[in-house]
Ligand binder design. Structure first.
Ligand SMILES: [Cu+2]
Length: 463
């Protein structure tokens, strides 16, 4: 699955950087392994160093940029008071923009994930250009879907290094800063581009759609495997790790790839929703979702897109059908070893055989919650008709831990469960199960003892 062909190297590497920056030329976001990516990575390390030295009251500072995603421990009000003792325009901008990540909290629309982070990245990139006085800077990306590229890039692991030290953070999981691959011990790897097979952006039938799939699976897995509960593994701390921006750059590239392959973004009134950001030049911007949906209209592109599958126009079209629940369980607490649960057949339904009349079966897992981050992925397995456990996929609790003062908190149910759902096609495994289907959810590693992870709902639906 290595997309870095020699052709791409030649076409997109040195040549792109050598080209003089014309005002209307698009900036090229490159793989960090390419010459252009390497050059931008060095600029990035310099910029992070400068940003970390700026006072937090400056919208160009590292802390301000991190706090846009989320101020940890519900301390937004306290931090506003500490950093801005007096009213000012800068304070107003902080009030408007801190803790405004609009996708990872209870009550948020999960479909905001991609456009909100695209804007966040774009204004961060503009901030770096301002700081470096370098209009040619573009964010590089870390492509961990390539199985040969799954160790945290070297530049982020050099503690105290005069050139790269700004990119180091201690709050990473065991082995990560020693260069172990972040999917070590996991088979199959969770770092796949499976989300690219989704036919729609939003949920459709039993499927969660491209945005939520990418968010929950690939995006969440990288967060959880890279950092601990005060690092990449926890939403309020994640953007303090410099790898955050290269991770999200790759996630943005996955979105651009899905569009490139024919996936269509929504075009209804949802696209009029606006968000607020510092614009990187001392002012403020309030872009609408619709302004970042079309790659052709954006000031950057990528050196390489993920190949297919091609999403045919109207792939998800057809008369609406019901997704019929076949078997369910609720309120499953995961102990130190996880849990094994036997789903109860929905009255009047029996869970198989499926596949008849073109029907498929999906295992849907939703309403996840936890007190703190368990710090591990969970392996989901389903027992097939022969009694063997078969791997279905991974789930994580990245955005299942409530964090105070985040947008959406007001409407959050007590102990709240976010709207995000994981959905796996289990037709091949579940077809032919005659009794109650058994599902096993087990931690891949030792979960934090105080996390109390809970899966609110598990169901198999026929569609
Ligand atoms: Cu993220």
């Amino acid at each position: 699955m290595n997309k870095l062909t020699r052709r791409t190297t030649l076409a997109m590497g040195a040549a792109a950087l050598a080209r003089p920056a014309l005002s209307q030329a698009k900036l090229l976001r490159s793989d960090i392994r390419m010459p252009s990516g390497q050059a931008n990575l060095a600029k990035y390390a310099t910029a992070v160093d400068i940003m970390m030295g700026l006072p937090a009251s400056d919208a160009k500072s590292w802390t301000f940029q991190w706090y846009i995603h989320s101020v940890p421990d519900g301390r937004k009000v306290a931090e506003l008071k500490r950093i801005y003792p007096n009213p000012s325009a800068a304070r107003k901008l902080a009030e408007e923009t801190w803790s405004t990540c609009r996708a990872h909290s209870n009550g948020d629309d999960p479909d905001h994930f991609l456009p909100w982070h695209r804007m966040y990245l774009g204004f961060f990139e503009a901030t770096v250009r301002t700081i470096l006085k370098d209009p040619t800077f573009s964010l590089p990306y870390w492509n961990y879907t390539d199985p040969t590229n799954r160790a945290l890039p070297d530049a982020f692991r050099k503690k105290g290094d005069s050139k790269w030290g700004s990119l180091y953070r201690p709050n990473r999981n065991n082995g990560v800063n020693a260069g172990h691959v972040i999917d070590e011990g996991l088979s199959p790897s969770p770092l796949t581009s499976e989300a690219l097979t989704e036919a729609t952006y939003r949920p459709s039938g039993p499927k969660v759609g491209f945005c939520q799939n990418l968010d929950g699976s690939l995006h969440g897995s990288v967060h959880v495997r890279v950092g601990n509960g005060v690092g990449m593994g926890s939403i309020p701390w994640a953007a303090n790790d410099p790898i955050f921006w290269l991770h999200h750059c790759n996630i943005d590239r996955m979105w651009a790839s899905w569009n490139h392959n024919g996936g269509r973004n929504p075009s209804d009134p949802w696209t009029a929703q606006t968000f607020v950001f510092p614009n990187g030049k001392g002012g403020k911007a309030t872009p609408a979702i619709g302004s970042v949906l079309d790659m052709a209209a954006l000031p950057y592109t990528y050196d390489s897109f993920e190949p297919g599958p091609t999403i045919a126009a109207g792939a998800a079209a057809g008369p609406p059908r019901a997704a019929n629940p076949v078997a369910q369980a609720s309120g499953v607490s995961l102990g130190a070893d996880g849990a094994e649960v036997s789903l109860k057949a929905v009255p009047g339904r029996k869970p198989g055989p499926a596949g008849a009349a073109g029907k498929r079966l999906y295992l849907r897992i939703s309403q996840l919650s936890a007190k703190t981050q368990p710090g591990v992925l969970y392996d989901v397995e389903l027992r097939d008709p022969s009694g063997a456990w078969r791997h279905v996929g991974y789930v994580n609790f990245l955005d299942a831990v409530p964090h105070a003062d985040h947008s959406g908190m007001a409407g959050m149910p007590p102990g709240g469960a976010p709207a995000k759902t994981f959905s796996f096609d289990v037709t091949d495994i579940a077809s032919g199960i005659s009794g109650a289907p058994s599902v096993r959810v087990r931690p891949a590693g030792a979960p934090a003892s105080d996390a109390s992870p809970l899966v609110g709902r598990l169901e198999i639906v026929e569609y």
